[in-house]
Design a protein around this ligand. Structure first.
Ligand SMILES: [Zn+2]
Length: 225
């Protein structure tokens, strides 16, 4: 398990799983992911969406990815409550601004985006994210676009910075760069550690997951069994 490199602003457990984490250590599947920007409240049922949130302590939520970017958010709410969310952002979800949808949900509950601790997990990085012109055009249409998010790859095709676009959106949405605990590994570059769809792992996924601490029982990372 890879743990975000920032102290969370509310008591919780969170992480990004690797090849070495057994399914029993991971949250139950609650989302049917469709590369959209729907962000739903956690329930027992499996619902369609690419983001999930809860204010309930002890409920583990997460998204499954293999090259797309997992995003974790956690922050305090009025009345001593707290908010956590996990979002799945491939390029389609990123340009559909799933991060903004998640942050707006937190704001709607009374949270201040500057209070969020947040982390992007391992995903495809610019070293490997070769794309066609339609993806470049979609990125360029995003208000958070800047020219530093594209480079030319070894065979002359454009390579985009997917987590870079999300990080640029985060700044525009008022998230604090000092509360960013991202784990900046490339899924394609790390075959011994991480699954990668583009490298050929068509079924296996890693999780970005989060759970508010439950005062009723002692918890620590890795005790999910
Ligand atoms: Zn790479």
């Amino acid at each position: 398990m890879l743990i975000p490199q920032v102290t969370p602003s509310v008591p919780l457990e969170w992480g990004f799983s690797t090849r070495f984490d057994s399914p029993e250590a991971l949250p139950p599947v609650r989302l049917s992911q469709v590369h959209g920007c729907g962000v739903v409240e956690a329930t027992e049922a499996v619902v369609e969406g690419d983001g999930i949130w809860t204010t309930t302590p002890g409920v583990a939520i997460g998204v499954r990815v293999a090259d797309c970017t997992p995003i974790l958010l956690a922050g305090p709410l009025p009345g001593g409550k707290a908010f956590v969310a996990a979002l799945h952002a491939g390029w389609k979800g990123a340009v559909a601004r799933i991060l903004e949808v998640g942050v707006m949900r937190y704001r709607a509950l009374g949270g201040d985006p500057a209070d969020l601790t947040w982390a992007l997990g391992p995903c495809i990085q610019p070293c490997h994210f070769e794309v066609g012109p339609e993806v470049v055009a979609a990125f360029q249409a995003d208000p958070a676009w800047h020219e530093g998010l594209v480079r030319t790859g070894p065979v002359g095709k454009p390579h985009l910075d997917l987590p870079g676009l999300i990080r640029s959106q985060a700044r525009q949405l008022g998230l604090d760069p000092l509360k960013d605990g991202s784990v900046n590994l490339c899924t394609v570059c790390q075959p011994d550690l991480l699954w990668s769809y583009r490298r050929g792992d068509v079924k296996a996924r890693q999780w970005g997951w989060i759970r508010l601490a439950d005062e009723r029982r002692p918890v620590m990372n890795g005790d999910e069994q």
